[in-house]
Design a protein around this ligand. Structure first.
Ligand code: GLY
Ligand code: MN
Ligand code: MN
Length: 439
């Protein structure tokens, strides 16, 4: 399937990164390592997000090198050579020729030659940007290449003096999504929304949590999204109060809610949706009361996602509505301001209202600039995901509330006058959910 991101955009990203690099510097970005699952079986390969962002090249055993001002080409890829015998077993390889022709790199070499070629490219550059500290093996390889240069100083070689974490420059670029990135993320959101609808409709048949997980995977795969962006959470009853519950093995019981937090990954871009709904198709009075609070909090938070507001505004908006709701329902006492100041809400709402979203589900980008929350700007993508969780053993509240866990999560992109919700195709009002489940 051709990528929804044009080849030219990857070149633009490399150019923009190089514009931010010092002129006498070099950047070295490795592909993800392959990981053994067991014995001779590997985990399905997932490209490193930084490498993917800059190259669109999906193979392992590759290294991207950016050398501003290099005469024979600034963007260089080291990758596996074509090999008919190997390709017969493991599939197509682009080879250095394909890296140039198909992926638009300026120059390319076999990865087997990197130890001979790369030290010569680093020589004379004073600063090296690379993902410092991310992978011990790669840190060691960079130092090995530098040692080769150091061993030649008496012959006049100039080893680099500065090693800088690449993420400071690169992750700020990744924070602002282009129109084509938003297109991919919207498509991922659409597929995930359809998957949530299918799981909701399946729930009334009963079975186990994993039966709903199967429906999610079915829809993701049916649309060519071959993997989830993170392990799916399907928690029924009190399991909905376990934030990272992934066992997904309990039987679905009439009278319980199910919390599903799941999203597909498409072209390495994540989607991340949570919906909470009753197994029976009808909310009980207590479930509905708490659900309406979380939904109001989510609307308030989404309303606060706009330029002019900062990162924490949506969280503050959600927190106020959730805390007021807990007081109104008798789960907390006192005033909203006091409950927020004393963090009395924390046993019921212990996480943040969202995170950046992109190539990583918890995407890169700073949340603060110095001591100040980051201003929201067009192109930033984030989740909005307030929740309320009444622990099954919380004896400070009436028994009728215990074991109810609710979260509602959508993916949004900041626009010039507000935000666009990418995942609205899955219902979230009580009436909409009950109608869909009755079908
Ligand atoms: N599914 C992970 C999260 O919502 O942050
Ligand atoms: Mn989620
Ligand atoms: Mn999330």
């Amino acid at each position: 399937m051709p990528s929804m991101i044009p080849v030219k955009e990857f070149a633009d990203r490399r150019r923009r990164l190089m514009e931010r690099m010092a002129p006498d510097s070099i950047a070295i970005v490795p592909a993800a390592p392959e990981c053994v699952r067991n014995r001779d079986v590997l985990h399905p390969f997932r490209q490193d997000s930084d490498f993917q962002y800059l190259s669109g090249f999906g193979e392992p055993e590759a290294v991207l090198v950016l050398i501003p001002g290099r005469e024979h080409g600034e963007s260089v890829l080291f990758c596996k050579e074509r090999n008919p015998e190997k390709e017969l077993w493991d599939g197509f390889l682009a080879g250095p020729e394909g890296a140039i022709e198909t992926f638009g790199l300026d120059d390319a070499f076999p990865i087997a030659d990197i130890d001979d070629i790369l030290p010569g490219m680093i020589e004379g550059r004073s600063r090296v940007y690379y993902p410092l500290g991310k992978d011990h093996n790669f840190d060691a390889r960079v130092m090995d290449w530098v040692k080769v240069i150091r061993s030649k100083v008496r012959a006049g070689a100039h080893p680099p003096g500065e090693f800088v974490a690449l993420e400071h420059l690169l992750h700020d670029l990744r924070l602002y999504k282009s129109a084509s990135e938003v297109k991919v993320m919207a498509k991922a959101g659409e597929i995930s929304a359809e998957a949530h609808c299918r799981a909701m409709q399946r729930a009334r048949k009963g079975g186990h949590e994993y039966n709903l997980e199967a429906e999610l995977i079915h829809t993701f795969m049916a649309h060519g999204a071959r993997t989830t962006a993170y392990p799916s959470i399907v928690g029924s009853g009190a399991n909905g109060c376990i934030l990272h519950y992934i066992e997904n093995s309990a039987p679905l019981k009439t009278g319980d809610l199910v919390l599903i937090d799941a999203g597909c990954e498409l072209e390495c871009y994540a989607s991340d949706i949570t919906r909470t709904f009753p197994v029976s198709g009808r909310f009980s009075a207590e479930q509905k009361a708490l659900y309406e609070v979380v939904l109001s909090a989510q609307y308030a938070a989404i309303d606060a996602v706009r330029p002019g507001n900062h990162w924490n505004h949506p969280h503050e908006a959600a927190l106020r509505v959730l805390t007021q709701g807990l007081i109104d329902l008798g789960l907390l006492s006192g005033t909203v301001d006091d409950a927020i100041a004393s963090e009395a809400y924390k046993p019921f709402f212990m996480h943040r209202t969202g995170h950046w979203l992109g190539l990583d589900v918890h995407d890169v980008g700073d949340y603060k600039v110095g001591d100040a929350w980051r201003q929201l700007e067009p192109g930033m993508a984030l989740t909005v995901e307030p929740g309320l969780y009444i622990a099954p053993d919380n004896t400070s509240v009436d028994e009728k509330w215990r074991g109810i866990g609710i979260r509602i999560e959508d993916d949004v992109v900041v626009t010039k006058d507000g935000c666009r919700v990418l995942t609205e195709a899955v219902p979230k009002t009580v009436a909409e959910i009950e109608t869909l489940m009755a079908d």
